[in-house]
Write a protein that binds this ligand. Structure first.
Ligand SMILES: [Zn+2]
Length: 1149
């Protein structure tokens, strides 16, 4: 690095913008004239130690204040040098500058520096500290989409990264906000097992886990987790208050105890205890108010609401509840004012709009009610648009000129230009002395206080008489619904506010620019009104997404450096707008910006611990060459193992001293971009490749096999297979299944019966991708009964319909009657019997035997099937599974596990409908899932065909009749629904092709990045292939050989490192049929060297960990025994003997 000594005057003079001048001036003030700003040798020495991994820990870093001063100085010097050299400095320079700015919490400058580094450094992805720093910056800006990618990359390139725990914690939080709860839980749990420090305490992480259960509506699991947390010794007061608050509110909203009276008293007790811990929690006061209100303790309820408004920022929920209470007390004017406050605070508050509408209706003002309902329907939170629309229509039909009692809305600004707090206060005090609202009850000045006092002068104080019927009818119609809805929203906002110091609302960092007239980068969110901030979450991600530069594998949105200062100041001045985002409300989480302040209390950790933990005890392990397998890159395969291993011998020790070399690493995998050029619209519904079989010879004709595995055919339907082979499908009929094994277990998915090929939200309001179903279990006998009765019932309905049709065939109403049936929602529920395991050879002898009549390439077991070489059963993959269906049963969108091929035979009697998208479009579907807050691999989703059409994604669509076999080729995305009553059988097959192997390995890596288990142990399988199969396809051979080499090197490096660290490696030979091993914590495949807890080893239960998880639980591995399953010589021999076989003209079929 060149000298950074540059005089202040020069810096200021050459500064190209006002911001820089100002900054320089400030620096000058702070540091005094004449002081040299060049970095000393010691400075540089110290700076070398400082990177993004210290973020959040600087305070605890030895001599934090001095470090900050040093950072300030460094940033200044670096910036000066960049100016002086016109930006022509080494790329690392920008990376460091990014780190320094990050540590100084100057996020916009950090982002800008990181982006310079990113654009200059081609292999930026090898730099874990950079990716981590970038992830932290994105996290700060709530750009979760990008933050998740950056963090996943860190763990991918360096699974033992020293801040892995912090990453898991933040991934857990972001997935929670994104409603991807499975992933969220997984990452929180991975954070929990790690004994390194992070910015939240164990108790806080446990709180989040319990809260995720609660959001998932797993109330009993949540209750248990909360209660367990309460047992923790020295539980921090804030966490305790939050836990008690959650328990209280859960008791109020859910039936956790049978008795109604006990339920409410439990709720009240928990909330009171919570308030003892934290008397200033507006949220707890609000909840308490709701509890009192529900048991008719009006006075207590008002007092609690008043406390709530005193203690916290004004909340639309609170005002809405106050309105409800007034309305119940027959005080419509007060109710009106309260609702107005609510909608002022949150224009999208559906419950408040609906309650307000009801109120207007009860006062004979249907026109005003209509406006309220319209506002409710306009909110994106509205879940019953259709009901409201019907109500609006009904009201529009009523006589129009009604006299107004309440101040009516005008057209432009409906309803509430007039809500006056002064009036409200007077009204409240006038009504009776019981429930005065607090003096400064106005929800912050911006909400009500600026309103004119129009209402007060417009006759508002007159007594309002309710029309009895109207009131009750209004309430009957909407009342229960609204209050339930209000309950939901408040429930969901619960929890997080209890932990205010380290978790702030997502909206708190609204990226706002309205205070600035300067230019703003177009990809920033301009939130110049509170309503817009409601949309922030979604738009933040989207906008950042749009801003991607063209670079492949891009992870950085482009934000122009010029706008940086604007950005940062806007952020710091943006004020939180309580309850304004549904995201924040529902998921309650947010950033950990002020983590430092919470640090002192975390885990009672000593600063010494922290320091030592930043320098890993056994640093050897932190830089292992993990078994990376990207076969598509060009590789050099050493002629023999000895030579290969010589090349990496003692690498373990060398790695020790070098932090930045990640040997043999490949870039983190990315989903493919949409194929280019896009298909023309007329090619988006291609015909499905189909083959009609007439006899057995057709079925065994070799070109059939070749046709199926041809990558150009994403799917092949083999029509009439069962007939051609004279297969006895009756063996899989429900009747036979019941006779054979009536007590056999069936997994049941309870689903909503959706119309045709569409997928609607449960209220039938809008088409969605999310397709959730509840899981339970039953027996074959019971499901058979359900299947039969469902059939009977539909016969009966059919008959009734026929009679009805006959009855009204004379008049014209028939058609409208039919179209009436097509109205969306509410949907009937159906049960889908899925994943029935037919692996037991004794129980299903006849059935399995029948399937051996199939041609080899589709058989469950065959020499040419990769899955037959795994050596142990993988349920549902190399064993048969059965599905029992009623019409509408749906298998959501997916690719097969590890992209293997699948075989599916319809047993009948009914048909199934298939939707199929080619493999190279999975990236597009992955994007759609992300946009819909779904995880492509883990969530249940049903694609919206219109979306796919728009995105030029071709969809094959066909009917599978009884006896038809559907071959799903490697990586093909598909989703299926039953049209009639039918059973299906299915399993997976792995053809011995380069394409299949490549896609399987790529998915193996993608799974690793996504923290999803790879059900097919590809490392284990690759070694078995080398042992058992002669490969004549050079491409396939090279890929396997390359993988073997990487694994071989990894085993050797790790083994040497362990021995060098004084760790014994104990011989533990594999037994026959021993399944492949997976880490019990993170679920990655563990090959050869198993890290087994000492305890489980002595009990011979052998709980396996991967090296990284073992080290996270026990830094020096003292609680672990390392077992070795293969001799190095053995692996070397297999490697050497695995050679390219001479080409055969045909493969087996
Ligand atoms: Zn692990």
């Amino acid at each position: 690095m060149k000298s950074c000594g540059l005089s202040l005057a020069t810096a200021a003079a050459t500064a190209f913008g006002n911001e820089e001048k100002k900054m320089a001036a400030e620096k000058a003030k702070g540091q005094g004239e004449g002081e040299s700003l060049s970095l000393t040798v010691e400075d540089r020495e110290a700076l070398r130690e400082l990177d993004s991994t210290l973020f959040g820990f600087l305070e605890r870093h030895e001599d934090g204040v001095r470090t900050k001063t040093l950072l300030d100085k460094a940033v200044h010097c670096y910036e000066s040098l960049i100016l002086k050299t016109d930006g022509k400095v080494e790329s690392d320079f920008f990376c460091q500058l990014g780190h320094f700015n990050l540590l100084l919490e100057d996020y916009s400058k950090a982002l800008s520096a990181y982006q310079r580094y990113y654009s200059l450094q081609a292999d930026y992805w090898k730099n874990a500290a950079f990716l981590y720093g970038l992830g932290l910056v994105y996290f700060y800006y709530n750009a979760f989409h990008w933050a998740i990618k950056a963090f996943q990359d860190v763990l991918y390139v360096n699974p033992s990264f020293c801040r892995a725990k912090e990453i898991h914690l933040r991934l857990g939080l972001m997935f929670k906000v994104n409603t991807n709860y499975e992933s969220s839980l997984k990452h929180f749990q991975l954070a929990l097992i790690d004994c390194n420090p992070c910015t939240l305490s164990t108790a806080e992480i446990q709180f989040h886990i319990a809260h995720v259960f609660e959001i998932q509506r797993k109330h009993h699991a949540a209750k248990e987790a909360y209660e367990q947390l309460l047992q923790t010794e020295n539980l921090p007061a804030q966490v305790k208050a939050a836990v008690l608050q959650q328990l209280g509110w859960m008791h109020h909203t859910e039936d956790l105890v049978e008795d109604k009276a006990i339920k409410e008293s439990c709720a009240i007790q928990y909330l009171q205890k919570s308030l003892e811990m934290d008397p200033n929690s507006g949220q707890s006061w609000y909840f308490l108010g709701r509890c009192y209100s529900s048991i008719g303790k009006v006075q207590d309820a008002f007092i609690s609401y008043r406390q709530s408004i005193d203690k916290s920022e004004a909340s639309a929920d609170t005002w809405c509840s106050i309105g409800v209470l007034y309305q119940q007390q027959n005080q419509p004017m007060d109710a009106l004012q309260a609702y107005i406050c609510a909608v002022q605070l949150d224009h999208g508050h559906v419950a408040a709009w609906m309650d307000l509408g009801t109120l207007y209706e009860s006062c004979n003002q249907p026109q005003d009610a209509i406006k309220c309902y319209l506002n409710a329907t306009r909110s994106k939170d509205c879940s019953n648009t259709s009901t409201l629309a019907a109500r609006i229509k009904f009201l529009q039909g009523l006589h129009k000129d009604q006299s107004s009692y309440l101040a009516g809305p005008n057209d432009e600004q409906p309803l509430f230009p007039n809500g006056s707090t002064q009036y409200l206060r007077a009204a409240v005090q006038n009504q009776n002395g019981l429930h005065k609202l607090p003096r400064n009850s106005a929800p912050q000045s911006h909400a009500c206080s600026h309103l004119s006092s129009h209402l007060a002068t417009s006759g508002g104080q007159e007594d309002i008489t309710f029309t009895k019927e109207r009131k009750s009818s209004g309430n009957r119609y909407l009342g229960s619904e609204t209050s339930r809805h209000a309950g939901d929203t408040s429930n969901s906002c619960a929890g997080i506010r209890g932990l205010p110091n380290y978790v702030h609302q997502v909206t708190a960092v609204t990226i706002s620019s309205h205070n600035h007239t300067g230019s703003v980068s177009p990809n920033l969110i301009i939130a110049d009104n509170p309503q817009l901030s409601t949309l922030l979450m979604g738009e933040a991600n989207d906008n950042m997404g749009i801003a991607t530069s063209e670079k492949v594998n891009n992870i950085c949105p482009t934000i122009h450096a010029k706008s940086d200062n604007l950005l940062s100041s806007a952020i710091s001045t943006a004020t939180p707008s309580p309850d304004s985002t549904e995201q924040a409300r529902r998921h309650g989480v947010s950033s950990l910006k002020s983590t430092q302040s919470a640090l002192h209390t975390i885990n009672g950790e000593e600063p010494e611990n922290l320091q030592s933990s930043t320098k890993v005890d056994l640093p050897v392990f932190s830089h292992k060459a993990s078994p990376q397998i990207i076969p598509s890159m060009s590789v050099s395969i050493y002629s023999n193992s000895t030579e290969a291993l010589k090349a990496c011998r003692n690498q373990g020790q060398n790695v020790l001293s070098n932090n930045h070399i990640l040997l043999d690493k490949c870039p983190p995998p990315r989903p493919p971009a949409s194929p280019y050029p896009p298909l023309p619209k007329e090619k988006l519904n291609p015909p499905t490749p189909s083959i009609y079989l007439e006899n057995k010879r057709d079925a065994f004709f070799p070109p059939l096999h070749q046709f199926c595995i041809n990558p150009k055919n994403p799917v092949t339907v083999i029509r009439g297979l069962a007939g051609a082979l004279k297969l006895d499908l009756g063996l899989f009929s429900t009747k036979t299944l019941v006779e054979a094994n009536n007590e056999h277990m069936v997994e049941v998915r309870t689903q909503l019966l959706q119309p045709a090929d569409e997928n609607w939200d449960p209220t039938g309001t809008k088409k969605i991708w999310r397709y959730e179903s509840n899981r339970s279990h039953t027996t074959i006998a019971k499901y058979a009964q359900y299947q039969a009765s469902s059939f009977q019932e539909s016969l009966r309905e059919e008959n009734e319909r026929k009679t009805q049709l006959k009855d009204c065939s004379d008049n014209e109403s028939t058609s409208s009657d039919i179209s009436g049936k097509r109205r969306k929602g509410p949907f009937k529920t159906i049960k889908f019997g899925t994943n029935i395991d037919l692996s037991d050879k004794k129980k299903w002898k006849l059935q399995l035997h029948e399937l051996t009549k199939l041609p080899a390439f589709v058989r469950v077991v065959s020499a040419g099937n990769l899955l037959s070489h795994v050596g142990h059963p993988i349920l549902g993959m190399n064993t048969v599974q059965l599905y029992m269906k009623v019409p509408g049963s749906r298998t959501p969108g997916h690719q097969e596990k590890n992209n293997f091929c699948s075989v599916n035979i319809n047993i009948g009697p009914g048909d199934c409908e298939w939707f199929v998208v080619p493999e190279d479009y999975w990236g597009v579907l992955n994007d759609f899932c992300e946009k819909n807050n779904l995880n492509f691999l883990m969530s249940s989703w049903w694609p919206n065909l219109e979306d796919l059409y728009e995105a030029n994604v071709p969809v094959y669509r066909f009917i599978q009749r009884p006896g038809d076999l559907v071959w799903i080729n490697a990586g093909t995305v598909h989703w299926v629904q039953a049209i009639g009553w039918c059973n299906n059988i299915a399993w997976n097959v792995g053809p011995l092709t380069a394409c299949q192997y490549k896609l399987a390995v790529e998915r193996y890596e993608w799974n690793k990045l996504q923290s999803v288990k790879s059900v097919v142990p590809m490392v284990h399988l690759s070694w078995n292939m080398a042992r058992n199969i002669k490969i004549s396809d050079p491409k396939l051979f090279e890929m396997i050989k390359y993988c073997l080499l990487k694994i071989l090197k990894h085993c050797q490096t790790l083994r040497e490192a362990l021995i060098a660290a004084g760790k014994d490696v104990i011989w533990h030979e594999r037994s026959n049929n021993e399944p492949a091993h997976y880490c019990s914590i993170c679920e990655v495949e563990v090959f050869n060297l198993l890290f087994v807890t000492s305890e489980s080893s002595s009990q011979k239960t052998y709980i396996v960990h991967c090296q990284d998880c073992a080290q996270k639980t026990s830094g020096n591995l003292e609680n672990f025994v390392v077992l070795e399953q293969y001799k190095m010589e053995d692996l070397m021999q297999v490697y050497d003997q695995f050679t390219l076989a001479p080409s055969l003209s045909t493969s087996s079929s």
